[in-house]
Every structure is written in C-alpha cells, then in structure tokens.
Design a protein around this ligand. Structure first.
Ligand SMILES: Cc1cc2nc3c(=O)[nH]c(=O)nc-3n(C[C@H](O)[C@H](O)[C@H](O)COP(=O)(O)OP(=O)(O)OC[C@H]3O[C@@H](n4cnc5c(N)ncnc54)[C@H](O)[C@@H]3O)c2cc1C
Length: 510
C-alpha cells in the first residue's frame, strides 16, 4: 500500500453503489479477526473478512502459540494445579501494569474457562503436561508452562499457578492455532476476501447518534458523530468498496513495522527489529484515528530480549556498571523491558560452567559465551566494566545465594546458587537465533507494540469524549488490550481471541 494512500474517512454520499455488502466486516485475518468473524457469524450476522495478504494467519501464525488461560482449566487440573479466576486476575494486574485495564482483565479472567472450552471445542489442542523451567518456547510438546507467576513481586499478591497454555506443536504452535481457526472459518459461511487491504473507513456524517458508554450522561447519545458504515479497500490495484450494515471490526495488528509511527509514539523502540509478520503498519489504528478514535498506551512495547531464559535464571543479568537490576526468574519479556527502557540493552548474562551445562543443548539456541575468565576481576576487565563492579555484585550474590536468599531482588531459592569460577558473560546485543521464527539478530531484542485503539470490553472503539464511534469495533494488537506497560507471553493470542470474539458478537448485535 502506498504511503500516500489517503487515510481520511470517505463520506458515504460520495459512493454511488457499493461493490460488496455484508452485516459485519472484519478487517484482518489473524487470531483476533478469525475469532471476531466466527462469533459474528455464530450470532447470525452475514460476515466478511478482508485480508491484505494472500491468506490468513498474520503474526499469530508465526507465534509460539502460548495462550494465557487459567481459573482451573482441565490442563491445569491434570497437571496438579488448583487455580481461580481471582488469583489469575491479581497476577495479571500486577504483571501487565502499572495501570493495566482492570475492566478488561476482570472480564478476561472470569471468562477464561469458557474461552478455553471455546478454543478446544474448535479443536485447538493442549497437552496436559508441564514444562517446568524458564524458556521462550518449550522444546517439547508440553502444554502448560510458567509465565513468571512464581516470581517476585507477583507471587506476593497472587497464589502462583502456571497459566501458559501452549498449543500442541512440534516447535512454535501459532501455525496450529491459526490452522484450526482458519479451518473453522472455512467451514462456515464467512466470506474471506484475500489480497484485499483496507485503506480508509466510510462514514455517514449526518443524522447519526453517538452511543455513550456512560448511560447516565444522556447528552452524549444525541451528539452528531460519524457512523462507520463501510471500508474502502485495494484489491490488485483496484479500489473496492464494502458496506457493513452492522459494524466494522478492525483486527489489523499493531504498528511495530511502521517506523514513522514508532518514532512518533514509542521512541524507545526505534531501531529495533520488529517481532511480527512484517505487516504491522498500524493502518487500522490510523484509519480509526481519522474518524476521531482515541488511543492508549501507545509508547508500550513487548521486548523480546535476545537471551536464553534458562541461562539467565541460573546465573544473573547485569548492566554496564556490573549491577543486577531485576530478579532473573521473572518473565523474560519483563527483563527485556527493564533492560531496554532503563539500561539501553547494555546488559550481560553472567553464568558459570554448571549453569551453562545445565541448559540442554537444544534449548541453548546456539548461544555460546562471548567472554570467559578465571576470576570476576578478569571478566569485568574483558567486558570493560568499572574496576570492582562485577566482583562486588558476584560477591554479594554468592554470599546470600549460599543461604538460598536474594535480599536485593528476591529471586526464588530454586534458582539461587553461588556462581563458581571460571565465569562467563554473554553480550545480549549480539543476538540469538531461535530454531524457527523470531531471529532477534543483532541489536539485543525484537519488539512489538502494545498500544492501540481505546476500546470497551465489547470492542467498541471509544472517541476522545469517551463515547463510542458508532459502527466501529476493534480487537487484538490494533487495540490497547489488557496491558499497559507490562507483558506476559500468551496475553496477545489470549487477548486477541477473547476480545475478538466479544467484538464480533457486539458488532453482530447492532
Ligand atoms: C515470533 C512471534 C512469537 C509470538 N509468540 C506469541 C505467543 O506465544 N503468545 C502470544 O500471546 N503472542 C505471541 N506473539 C504475538 C502475537 O502473535 C500477536 O500479538 C498476535 O498475533 C496479534 O494478533 P492480531 O490478530 O491482532 O494480529 P495478527 O495476528 O498480526 O493479524 C493481523 C492481520 O491483519 C492483516 N492486515 C493488516 N492490515 C490490514 C489491512 N489494512 N487490510 C486488511 N488486512 C490487514 C494482516 O495481514 C494480518 O493477517 C508472537 C509474535 C511473534 C512474531
């Protein structure tokens, strides 16, 4: 799509006749779009999906297939863990904050068991076995994993239970998830128009009502805002128009691939490779902004730091002053955010031979130490840290670890052990190469954006006055979902499918 393609909304009065008509028009066929389309269709709406690529999938099909679910799923129970929606909610509010969307987190946790049943009812497979050590993606087909629930400070506010439900796959499970969702869409009457990229919304500007989310403020309902009634799209160089009688649902993904938008909204992510399918250009977000939509948390980003979690948790991570700055057993994305936002990714994983060798070779992702030394003094000289900095940190760490304690950052006793020479350091900025997608390359991290359209729990897009933009819904990474700044793996596929379903149902009901 040309960058010069206009994004401002087209007035319906300028259209003689629409090329296509439907009840609900879903834009984007990733996980959120598939879920929205299935539920809009199930609610009785004629539904059409537009997808810019030649097939559905989006970033969801490249993903690890980890979905954050809990509240006592059959997988948790089979693995011997009790869980409740309340504990899940407390954890997510702690891990996704500060200022995670409390309403959405509450809906998500209370609806998690039903959502698990919906996914498995469609045929999404989860194996009832636990992968018990920190990793990005288990090398086995285990279906349950920890996402930092045991780590400080979250374990102080919520009873820990593993909630990372990993779609059964040989490797990354996202393609299995999208194949199941895609098959369900194909088996329905949902029309899928591929190679069709939406460029702008079509609105009715007069005699329309804007619907307030605040039922007590009656003055808002009569406001004269635009009503979204369709979409302009490009299909092999031709312009095509779609009328959506009930609503348009934007599920177009985030904006990590749009350098201008990243520079404008999330400057701390500038210059880092995007963790995406390459199509996160933010088009859906700006199309909605052009009709007055509000956005939230646009500066927030997931930071897939280029390290092997199993090595970090057995050793320590330090900045260029040789100082620790986080507990190494927390979800590695939270380590990545701390490393990028506060230390410019100038960070090193420090470990000893035992820690390195305890990580099985198939989980090392080819990472070998960049510096090896007989003493901490020698190691800090090789790295270029201030004299005594790393020696002091290792001395303090070892002194407390010998007693199974970490008074600085509260790493759990399971991972505490004095580090013994020879010592090694891994420079995170040199990158890692996962066996499948997600090659972080150099630079130390891959990122995607967490901010986006401000929506209600039913996916209605909010405007700057807090009313809803009539006829417009959104879900997935095009929205600011559960998160504010924090991130836990599984909350993107989870958030996208859960709120995609709600948006599809709400759009169908209008
Ligand atoms: C390597 C990798 C691993 C990941 N692992 C996990 C994981 O294990 N768990 C997890 O929760 N998250 C994971 N994620 C993140 C997750 O995949 C995404 O956040 C999620 O897929 C977002 O879902 P979505 O439906 O909003 O967007 P997408 O899945 O990206 O789908 C958006 C779709 O919209 C289409 N589109 C965009 N613009 C237009 C337009 N203008 N017109 C028509 N179509 C358009 C795109 O082509 C795309 O198909 C991972 C991501 C990557 C890249």
């Amino acid at each position: 799509m040309s960058e010069k393609t206009p994004v401002s909304a087209l007035d319906v009065a300028e259209i003689d006749s629409f090329d296509h008509e439907t009840d609900v028009l879903v834009v984007g066929f990733g996980c959120a779009g598939a879920a929205a389309a299935l539920e809009a269709h199930a609610a009785g709406a004629r539904t059409t999906v537009l997808e810019r690529q030649s097939g559905g999938g989006g970033s969801a099909a490249m993903s690890g297939g980890e979905i954050y679910l809990g509240g006592g799923t059959p997988i948790q129970t089979a693995c011997g863990f009790a869980d409740t929606a309340e504990e899940m909610e407390k954890f997510l509010l702690s891990a996704l904050g500060p200022d995670a969307d409390a309403e959405k987190v509450g809906l998500y946790c209370r609806g998690s068991l039903e959502h698990y049943r919906w996914l498995t009812g469609l045929g999404v497979p989860f194996k009832p076995s636990l992968w018990d050590t920190p990793t990005w993606v288990p090398p086995t087909d285990d279906g349950l994993m920890w996402m930092g629930e045991f780590a400080h400070p979250h374990c102080d506010v919520a009873v820990p239970a593993p909630r990372g439900h990993r779609v059964t796959a040989d490797g990354f499970g996202g393609r299995v998830l999208m194949s199941v969702l895609g098959d369900a869409v194909a088996a329905s009457d949902v029309a899928v128009h591929t190679d069709t990229g939406a460029t702008r919304l079509i609105v009715e500007r007069h005699n329309t009502a804007r619907h307030s989310t605040d039922r007590s403020s009656s003055d808002r309902g009569s406001a004269d805002g635009p009503r979204v009634v369709g979409v302009v799209a490009r299909h092999f160089g031709e312009t095509v128009t779609y009328r959506a009688r009930h609503g348009v649902v934007l599920t177009t993904g985030g904006f990590a691939d749009n350098a201008d938008m990243v520079a404008q909204h999330a400057p701390q992510l500038v210059g880092l490779p995007a963790n995406s399918d390459g199509g996160d250009d933010g088009r859906g977000i700006v199309m909605a902004q052009a009709v007055g939509a509000a956005v939230r948390h646009m500066s927030a980003g997931q930071v897939g730091i280029a390290l092997v979690p199993g090595m970090m948790v057995r050793g320590m991570i330090v900045n260029d002053q040789g100082q620790r700055f986080v507990n190494e057993d927390t979800y590695p994305g939270l380590v990545g955010q701390a490393a990028l936002f506060h230390h410019g990714l100038k960070v090193w994983v420090i470990l000893d031979q035992q820690a390195y060798e305890e990580v099985p070779e198939d989980q090392r992702w080819g990472v070998v130490p960049h510096f090896v030394a007989e003493t901490a003094d020698e190691l800090e000289r090789e790295i270029g840290m201030p004299d005594g900095a790393l020696r002091t940190t290792i001395g303090e760490y070892n002194r407390h670890a010998a007693r199974g304690e970490d008074p600085y950052f509260h790493k759990t006793a399971r991972w505490l052990r004095p580090l013994n020479p020879p010592l090694a350091a891994i420079d995170v900025r040199r990158g890692i190469t996962p066996p499948e997608h997600g090659d972080a390359g150099g630079g130390g991290a891959e990122v995607f954006t967490l901010g986006g359209l401000h929506t209600t729990g039913d996916g209605a897009v909010l405007d700057l006055d807090g009313g809803t933009v009539a006829g417009l819904y959104a879900a997935g990474r095009a929205t600011s979902g559960l998160h504010s700044w924090g991130y836990i793996s599984g909350t993107s596929l989870g958030d996208g499918t859960f709120f995609g379903r709600r948006a599809g149902r709400a759009a169908a009901g209008r």
